[in-house]
Design a protein around this ligand. Structure first.
Ligand code: SF4
Length: 508
């Protein structure tokens, strides 16, 4: 579908509101694509960081292309042609298209964008002259295989060093095939047509390249005009469900407080400190206080419950933090111990009391439902505990159904089932009615995420049918059914009826 005048105007107005864009002209153009709409893509520090890196390459420039607004809505069968924000050039006209993919359901956006751009969807159908499609991003730390049928090149892990190298290799090669041959030899790059679908180990970049820093500020994201900077990378902890746990990329790498504080431009009003476990930074209270002293607003991407000590909360309050957010993770102490979460009831009670003392609006808790061996008694324990917390401070619960991820100790565990998860969510909502604001992601879409988190190339290919049919849940259910998937519980990836048994309360 052609680009409408309304979309042209929207792009123009968004560009006018941006601060920090690196306008550049160079002979080699790359489309830096994000498979979700502008507001999501521009909130991604990883996407912004790669934008900055490509713009620093001699002779190379990138233009940003996003999934058109609304094209991620279920039931969409036709979208406007994706074009670059910088020149309105159609996506299919770029010789290199580099996607940053955060999580499984975004593969649908990638399929939609390539399809509408008239790029052959499957790598085996592409020929000389077709764009070379590169994919990278957070999804490559766990299971990038379902997107491999659509990506000529998958850069696994931290892409700061590998991306410029890959772009150089493509520019120097005489043919498409020669470029892919050369790229396939890299230890952190997978070229499915050359290497097959076996993922490679994620790259870890040189510490000297940290921190990632956002390039462009815009009011048109949830993080409106916030300057993003990485305070640390990776995590030293071992939560059993988490892809970013210690073993993934060698643990936590810190950015010094001095580097963080000296990297913030003078015209910034709000600073977002980003990282898998920012509150584990040993200087975090000092950093937040320094930012507050400058009169800046502060946002943190994650707070660990055992780190919520009073001086830190006081600093957050000075930085304008109004919703204290942390993860409850399991519905009961038993579940939290099972996932090796170092959060105990005493930590959450302490957090609620400090939130009240510092006049925060509420305590927000993230929670997983449907962990292995969970039952209704765990939900009831959660209702009782959260009801108690709600007497101290208003509580909001952000609930997500558990989906086992590759490269974690819970890899291979079955999804609890759409029916089971829906019932538990209902039980939780009813039990907390009037006491906590409970919001959850859908049990149905979590099932789709589960299939893709555990699946391979055939699950990726099956997405084509689902996306082209409109991308509703029923379309995915129909597309995955011939592969042996059922939306009911006790079913492992690929249809096996015997899920793994979990040794409860064991170590990592
Ligand atoms: S959930 Fe958070 S604390 Fe736990 S391993 Fe992952 S990043 Fe670290």
């Amino acid at each position: 579908m052609k680009l409408s005048n309304a979309s042209r105007e929207l792009i123009r107005s968004r560009l006018a509101d941006e601060i920090g864009r690196i306008d550049k002209q160079a002979p080699h153009r790359i489309a830096l694509a994000y498979p979700s709409p502008y507001a999501v893509g521009m909130s991604s520090l990883g996407y912004q960081s790669i934008y900055r890196i490509i713009q620093a390459m001699p002779g190379v420039m990138c233009e940003r292309v996003f999934l058109p607004d609304g094209a991620d809505r279920a039931g969409t069968t036709e979208i406007e042609v994706p074009v670059s924000y910088e020149s309105l050039r159609p996506l299919g006209d770029f010789p290199i298209i580099a996607f940053s993919v955060a999580y499984e359901l975004e593969i649908a956006g990638m399929i939609r964008m390539l399809d509408e751009a008239r790029v052959p969807l499957l790598v085996e159908d592409r020929r000389e002259g077709d764009p070379i499609v590169i994919a990278g991003g957070p999804l490559t730390f766990s299971n990038p295989v379902p997107m491999m049928p659509f990506a000529d090149v998958v850069i696994q892990g931290e892409a700061e060093e590998v991306t410029p190298w890959a772009i150089e290799v493509i520019h120097q090669a005489s043919t498409r095939d020669a470029a892919l041959d050369n790229l396939a030899a890299h230890p952190h790059i997978n070229v499915p047509i050359k290497n097959g679908y076996e993922p490679r180990n994620p790259a870890a970049c040189d510490l000297a390249l940290l921190p990632a820093i956002s390039a462009i500020r815009t009011p048109h994201t949830e993080l409106s005009n916030m300057f993003l900077i990485e305070a640390e990378r990776g995590c030293s902890r071992e939560c059993k469900y988490c892809v970013m746990r210690r073993t993934t990329n060698g643990g936590m790498r810190l950015v010094s407080a001095e580097t963080i504080l000296s990297s913030i431009p003078e015209d910034v009003m709000k600073v977002g400190l980003v990282g898998a476990a920012v509150s584990d930074h040993p200087k975090i209270t000092h950093i937040v206080n320094e930012l507050a002293d400058r009169g800046l607003g502060v946002g943190l991407s994650s707070l660990r419950p055992d780190r919520l000590k009073e001086p830190f909360i006081e600093a957050l309050c000075r930085g304008g933090y109004r919703t204290l957010t942390t993860a409850l993770d399991g519905t009961s102490e038993r579940m939290r111990q099972m996932v090796v979460r170092r959060g105990y009831e005493k930590h959450y009670v302490n957090a609620a009391e400090l939130a009240r003392k510092y006049k925060m609006k509420r305590l927000k808790l993230y929670l997983m439902v449907g962990l292995p061996e969970e039952d209704d008694s765990d939900i009831d324990e959660c209702v009782e505990f959260v009801s108690g917390l709600s007497k101290i401070v208003p509580i909001a619960l952000g609930v997500a159904p558990f989906c086992a991820k590759r490269k974690t100790p819970l890899d291979g565990y079955a999804y609890a089932g759409v029916d089971v998860v829906s019932k538990r969510l209902d039980r939780l909502r009813k039990g907390l009615k009037g006491r906590a604001d409970v919001r959850s992601t859908s049990a149905k879409w979590a099932w789709v995420e589960y299939v893709l988190a555990q699946g391979g190339a055939r699950e990726g290919r099956a997405m084509i049918e689902a996306v082209q049919a409109g991308g509703r849940f029923a379309d995915y259910r129909k597309a995955f059914a011939p592969l042996g998937y059922s939306v009911h519980g006790a079913q492992q990836a690929g249809g096996s009826a015997s899920p793994r048994k979990l040794p409860l309360l064991s170590g990592s």
